[in-house]
Design a binder for this molecule. Structure first.
Ligand code: LHQ
Length: 258
C-alpha cells in the first residue's frame, strides 16, 4: 500500500498520509511521494482545493525515528533540505487552498507541516506536540516561523522549549486552528470546507494566499503595492466577471477557477 494516497473527489484532491502503524511518521520515500503528489495537484487544473489528512489514530508523528539509526541513515542536513523544506514550501506556494484536517496527534515535523496549511481544522481528540526538544533537536519545517506568527512569541516559545502536548481545544483557543469538530462530525465538516473552497474563484484564492505569504515580511506600503498588483490580476479573471454578473442578476455565481 502506498505511504501517501491521492484520491480525487470532484474538484477536491484528498491527500492521506498512510503509514498508520507508524503514526504516519515520514520515511524518505514517503516524504518524496508527498512532494510528488503536491506537484500533481499543482499541475492538474481540475483540482481546485486540497484536503490533507492522516489515516488511523494519528495525523503524523514527524520524522520516522527508526530511519535515523540505520546504517544508511540520511544526514540531518539532507532530511531538512530534501524532505521537509520542499514539502512546506510546496504547500505555501501551491496556487490552491490546502485544508489540513488533523485527525489525531500531530508531532514534530507533522505538527509544523499541518500548521503551514491554509486552513487547519482538527478533531476534538487530536493534539499537537513540538516534540523536537524531547530528542535534542530544534523545531523545523518552518515551525519557528509559523507558530510565533499564529499564537505569539511567548506561547510559541514555551511550547517549543517544553514540548508540551496541546489539545485541539486549546490549540483553537490559542489561534493555531480555525475550528475543532467533535469526532463524530469531523470528517464530514472538514471535507465540507474543502468542497466549498473547490467551488470558489480559485485564482482569487491563490492571489489571497500570495498576499498573505508576502505580508509576513513586507512593510505596510509594500503590502499595499502587493495588494494592488494582485487585485489587478484577480480583476482580470473570468471568475471575477462571473462574480459581479451573478450579484447583479441576484443568482448564485458559477465559478470555473479561471
Ligand atoms: C513512531 C514515531 C516516530 C517512528 C510514533 N517514528 N515510530 C527533522 C530533522 C532531522 C531529523 C529528525 O527529524 C526531523 C523532524 C522531526 O519530526 S523530529 C521529531 C520526530 N518525532 C517525534 O519525536 C515524535 C515521537 N513520537 C511520540 O512522541 C509519540 O509516539 C506520539 C506523541 C506521537 C504519540 O504518542 P502515543 O499516542 O503514546 O503513541 P506511541 O508512542 O505508543 O506510538 C504509537 C506507535 O507509533 C508506536 O509503535 P509501536 O510499534 O510501539 O506500537 C511508536 O513507536 C510509533 N511511532 N512516533 N516519530
Amino acid at each position: 500500500m502506498d505511504s501517501v494516497l491521492l484520491n480525487i473527489n470532484e474538484a477536491t484532491a484528498v491527500i492521506t498520509l498512510n503509514r498508520p502503524e507508524k503514526f504516519n511518521a515520514f520515511n524518505r520515500s514517503m516524504a518524496l511521494l508527498l512532494q510528488k503528489l503536491l506537484d500533481d495537484c499543482a499541475a492538474d487544473n481540475n483540482i481546485r482545493a486540497i484536503y490533507f489528512t492522516g489515516n488511523g489514530k494519528a495525523f503524523c508523528a514527524g520524522q520516522d525515528l527508526s530511519e535515523l539509526t540505520g546504517e544508511d541513515a540520511p544526514g540531518i542536513d539532507k532530511i531538512l533540505e530534501e524532505h521537509y523544506n520542499p514539502i512546506v514550501t510546496r504547500i505555501r506556494n501551491l496556487e490552491k487552498p490546502v485544508v489540513c484536517a488533523v485527525n489525531g496527534v500531530a508531532a514534530g515535523a507533522g505538527a509544523n507541516i499541518a500548521l503551514c496549511c491554509d486552513i487547519v481544522v482538527a478533531t476534538q481528540s487530536a493534539s499537537f506536540i513540538q516534540a523536537f526538544s524531547k530528542i535534542g533537536l530544534i523545531p523545523d519545517s518552518g515551525g519557528t516561523f509559523t507558530l510565533p506568527r499564529l499564537i505569539g512569541w511567548q506561547k510559541a516559545s514555551a511550547l517549543m522549549l517544553l514540548g508540551d502536548k496541546v489539545s485541539a481545544t486549546d490549540a483553537e483557543k490559542y489561534g493555531m486552528l480555525y475550528k475543532v469538530f467533535t469526532d463524530e462530525v469531523f470528517a464530514a465538516e472538514s471535507m465540507k470546507i474543502a468542497a466549498t473552497l473547490a467551488a470558489m474563484p480559485t485564482r482569487a484564492l491563490a492571489y489571497t494566499k500570495q498576499a498573505l505569504n508576502a505580508s509576513f515580511n513586507n512593510t505596510f506600503e509594500a503590502q499595499l503595492q502587493t495588494e494592488d498588483k494582485l487585485q489587478f490580476a484577480a480583476a482580470g479573471t473570468a471568475d471575477y466577471a462571473e462574480g459581479v454578473r451573478a450579484f447583479m442578476e441576484k443568482r448564485n455565481p458559477h465559478f470555473k477557477g479561471s
